[in-house]
Design a protein around this ligand. Structure first.
Ligand code: ZN
Length: 292
């Protein structure tokens, strides 16, 4: 049995499956302290028969470098109590293969294998919610550098009429600082779905700069956009339009030559993308252990 954990800042989804696309059993628990949360997940996994590998798609930042002494550890996070908590150590008692990636990389992997990213060589997944993140999967593998990508923090050109200072504690008005859910709430006092076309257009103008960056840097076959903010009516359409404007005819091939309606798309797996990706990470960990 494979075990997958989608570790979000507010809730955890744990699932077991013989095959990542067919979840046999799953639970959802609130994210509280690391000790309590890890304990609940271990209890769930111990009640399953023969867990043979564990995959985690975790909120970040998290150390995903296997050679690192702090592999599997949550890095500097504003989430109270979680800095230094180790996913790797939490499950070392199971003595099974283990693999961890960022939550958005996990969701990207899930969509690549079983969702809206099937048949793509390279896939990008962007999430816009409490934070902004993006993951890339190429030929079935999550792409990383020395750590997972941090594309939510790219600098963006500000709208000259936007006087909001920005929400990011590190960069103030980076993309996440201007366009994540809490930034929208701080600028307008309401969620985007309660605001008009102008607010949606401003949000799309920021997000389209990330879409453009991803296209120019990674040339994915498709970009999947998920997260709570992306559910705002009209936002995905505005994002396609502004991304096409920013491309300015420079890249015209395949799905990039049209109106992007088949290029920038919502997740095919909906809320299940992350946990499916975590199960795929478990599967990869099991295979890599055999190859070694
Ligand atoms: Zn930032």
């Amino acid at each position: 049995m494979l075990a997958g954990i989608e570790a979000g800042g507010t809730r955890m989804v744990c699932a077991v499956a013989e095959h990542p696309a067919h979840i046999r059993e799953r639970i959802e628990i609130p994210t509280t302290t690391p000790e309590e949360t890890f304990g609940h997940i271990r209890d769930f996994l111990k009640a399953q028969r023969s867990v043979r590998a564990i995959g985690v798609a975790a909120f970040g930042p998290v150390d995903i470098d296997k050679r690192s002494k702090t592999y599997g550890q949550v890095l500097n996070t504003p989430k109270p109590g979680w800095t230094g908590a180790s996913w790797f150590k939490a499950f070392s008692g199971f003595t099974v293969p283990f693999k961890i990636e960022s939550d958005v990389s996990g969701a990207c992997l899930g969509e690549y294998a079983h969702g809206a990213g099937r048949h793509q060589k390279t896939l990008a997944y962007v999430t816009v919610g409490t934070g902004i993140g993006a993951g890339i999967v190429n030929d079935g593998r999550v792409r990383n550098g020395t750590g997972h990508y941090e594309m939510g923090h790219i600098p963006v050109r500000r709208d000259p009429d936007d006087t909001y200072g920005g929400h990011c504690p590190f960069h103030a008005d980076c993309l996440e600082g201007l366009a994540c859910g809490p930034a929208i709430q701080a600028r307008w006092g309401e969620p985007l779905s309660h605001l008009g076309e102008g607010a949606v257009a401003l949000e799309a103008s920021y997000l389209s700069q990330l879409a453009l960056t991803i296209i120019l840097a990674h040339m994915p076959g498709r970009i999947i956009v998920g997260g709570g903010v992306m559910k705002t009516p009209g936002l995905i359409e505005a994002l396609r339009e502004q991304t096409q404007d920013r491309l300015a005819g420079y890249v015209r091939r395949g799905a990039l030559s049209g109106d992007l309606s088949d290029y920038i798309v919502p997740p095919g797996l909906g809320e299940a993308a992350g946990v499916t990706g975590a199960l795929l990470l478990a599967q990869q960990a099991a295979r890599e252990a055999v190859e070694r």
